[in-house]
Design a protein around this ligand. Structure first.
Ligand SMILES: CC(=O)N[C@H]1[C@@H](OP(=O)(O)OP(=O)(O)OC[C@H]2O[C@@H](n3ccc(=O)[nH]c3=O)[C@H](O)[C@@H]2O)O[C@H](CO)[C@@H](O)[C@@H]1O[C@H](C)C(=O)N[C@@H](C)C(=O)N[C@H](CCC(=O)O)C(=O)O
Ligand SMILES: Nc1ncnc2c1ncn2[C@@H]1O[C@H](COP(=O)(O)OP(=O)(O)OP(=O)(O)O)[C@@H](O)[C@H]1O
Length: 480
């Protein structure tokens, strides 16, 4: 591509690619210097030149560089525009369904992917559980990838014939320009509760970051909003003021898509759906009230995309469980083991509410908090656990650079209740809970869901709660 198609410059140059990491530069690339949270990419301009970069995009002039430097005010803001152009404006050829909110993005995206898959065209997914389309699966690094890998992925999806993409859009992504130059056919808001307050100083700023997604709707696009959430109500008011189209969903409030008469068991949920085109009996294998919200959001999104309601209702009954979200581990034992990804106070509370609603006997919880992440939630999650569960084992989540014992001390500091114990080793903690479980008990293993790797300062180790639970159950039942 001629550099003049990217910048208003008076020299000729052919650009064949783009990179923000000198270690990945290919000859012919444009190298964009990003000031990161750990290092400043300007430091790597020379190495990028040596690796074959043909020009540098930077925020200030860099010494001893022999290739052209294009100075811009904010390289992070410039990057999505460049990626959009270099990767052939892929978002103009795709229907993007953006999902945002503190909890429920992955689950709602999964349900939507399933619905759209039964409708028309090929579907892609981008989010916490990775990138998937056709036969392709790429392990995730971030929930919402940075602009280069995002636009490149979109371009690959277009080439593979994908038409619809369900993409989780994190507040970090909205704040850090990762999704600039994306235009959404549907923008969905699940809820907003305290999380990431290490990144967004206040809830209002956190909400403003989420709101940005709704300013990126196409003119014929729809906002889809959870009306049972107080920030959802604020969002609806803004959409009305901006004369944007939207559908609401709720259980409590009178919304466009409303679940009435919700009935829950450990094998699934049924409810009566009130929709803009009549009432339907809905059956899903998903567990918990929050998954009724997620199902409603996905159904409203599919409807906004033109899918007939009858088809939506029929497909939702055929869902399989979501990876690591309320996943039942069944090795034939006479109690219930659930692995779930709840890791925010709201998520933990919702899951505990659900298990309390359906419990026939005692509830045992194994839970921890990650290191290097929002510390304010540690005592809150611990308190919720002892408030709702009969037996709690606090254990290690992903410690990252922190000492797990310090995290556990922060969780339990000042705790007056005594029905908890601390077992630092997560495998031993899961083992203790399962070995203590009696007939009809529920063991909830929360926080890590689908995750397969535990992140430690000293190195990462393989740890999948589901596999651990299965192995312990089989030992307990003397199978194999
Ligand atoms: C705070 C944050 O968002 N960090 C993201 C950021 O990393 P960073 O700022 O530390 O980057 P850096 O290492 O300082 O590097 C700066 C620049 O120098 C370049 N570099 C660096 C080293 C080198 O040798 N050569 C080189 O060229 C890098 O390629 C980069 O361009 O840029 C990286 C590349 O795009 C991201 O992967 C990384 O996300 C990290 C992993 C992260 O944990 N992000 C979290 C906070 C996040 O984004 N979370 C959200 C929400 C998740 C949720 O909802 O729970 C998400 O969307 O994932
Ligand atoms: N609508 C919801 N409201 C509250 N909690 C929810 C909701 N949906 C799911 N949860 C809880 O939050 C956990 C994470 O769900 P999910 O992965 O769908 O959310 P997410 O927004 O994608 O989170 P993350 O970005 O951290 O991956 C689930 O395991 C469940 O415990």
């Amino acid at each position: 591509m001629d550099i003049k198609l990217l910048f208003d410059v008076d020299f000729d140059l052919k650009v064949t690619g783009i990179s923000t990491d000198n270690r990945l530069v290919q000859p012919g690339d444009l190298f964009v210097c990003i000031k990161g949270y750990t290092v400043d990419g300007h430091r790597f301009a020379k190495q990028a030149e040596v690796a074959g970069a043909v020009a540098i995009v930077c925020e200030q002039s860099i010494e001893n560089i022999g290739i052209p430097q294009i100075i811009v005010a904010d390289t992070k803001a410039e990057l999505p525009r460049l990626a959009h152009l270099i990767f052939n404006k892929p978002t103009e050829k795709l229907n993007l369904f953006g999902l945002t909110g503190t909890n429920g993005k992955t689950t709602t995206a999964y349900i939507l992917e399933h619905l759209l898959g039964g409708f028309e065209g090929h579907v892609g997914y981008i989010g916490t559980n990775g990138i998937r389309y056709g036969e392709v699966f790429i392990e995730p690094r971030n929930t919402t990838p940075e602009p280069l890998s995002l636009q490149q992925t979109f371009n690959n999806m277009v080439k593979a014939g994908v038409q619809n993409v369900a993409i989780e859009v994190s507040s970090h992504a909205l704040e850090l320009h990762r999704v600039d130059y994306c235009r959404f056919k549907v923008a969905l808001f699940t809820n907003l509760t305290p999380e990431h307050l290490d990144f967004h100083p206040t809830m209002e700023e956190y909400f403003e970051a989420k709101y940005k997604l709704f300013t990126m709707l196409t003119p014929d696009g729809y906002g889809i909003v959870n009306l049972d959430d107080e920030y959802g109500i604020q969002l609806v008011n803004r959409l009305k003021a901006a004369q944007q189209r939207f559908y609401t969903y709720a259980i409590e409030k009178d919304a466009d898509f409303r679940a009435l008469d919700v009935r829950m068991t450990t094998s699934g949920t049924t409810f009566t759906l009130k929709s803009p085109v009549g009432q339907y009996e809905v059956k899903t294998p998903l567990l918990g009230t929050f998954n009724v919200h997620n199902a409603l959001g996905a159904m409203a999104s599919a409807y906004a995309a033109g899918m007939p309601m009858e088809q939506i209702v029929s497909l939702i009954a055929k869902l399989s469980p979501v990876d690591g979200r309320m996943e039942i581990i069944n090795e034939g034992q006479d109690f219930t083991v659930i692995v779930d990804y709840a890791h925010t106070p709201d998520g933990v509370e919702k899951v505990l509410e659900f298990v309390n609603d359906i419990k026939q006997s005692s509830v045992k919880v194994v839970i921890g908090c990650p290191g290097d992440r929002d510390r304010t939630k540690r005592p809150v999650i611990a308190k919720l656990s002892v408030d709702y569960a009969d037996d709690v084992i606090f254990t290690t989540d992903d410690p990252h650079s922190e000492d797990p014992v310090d995290i556990l001390n922060e969780m339990t500091q000042g705790m007056e209740e005594s029905h908890y114990e601390v077992i630092v080793d997560r495998i031993k903690a899961i083992e203790a809970a399962i070995n203590k479980a009696q007939k009809n008990d529920i063991v909830l293993i929360a926080g890590r869901g689908h995750e397969k790797v535990q992140y430690w300062k000293s190195g990462n180790i393989e740890l999948d709660d589901r596999e651990v639970a299965k192995e312990i159950l089989r030992k307990k039942l003397q199978i194999g």
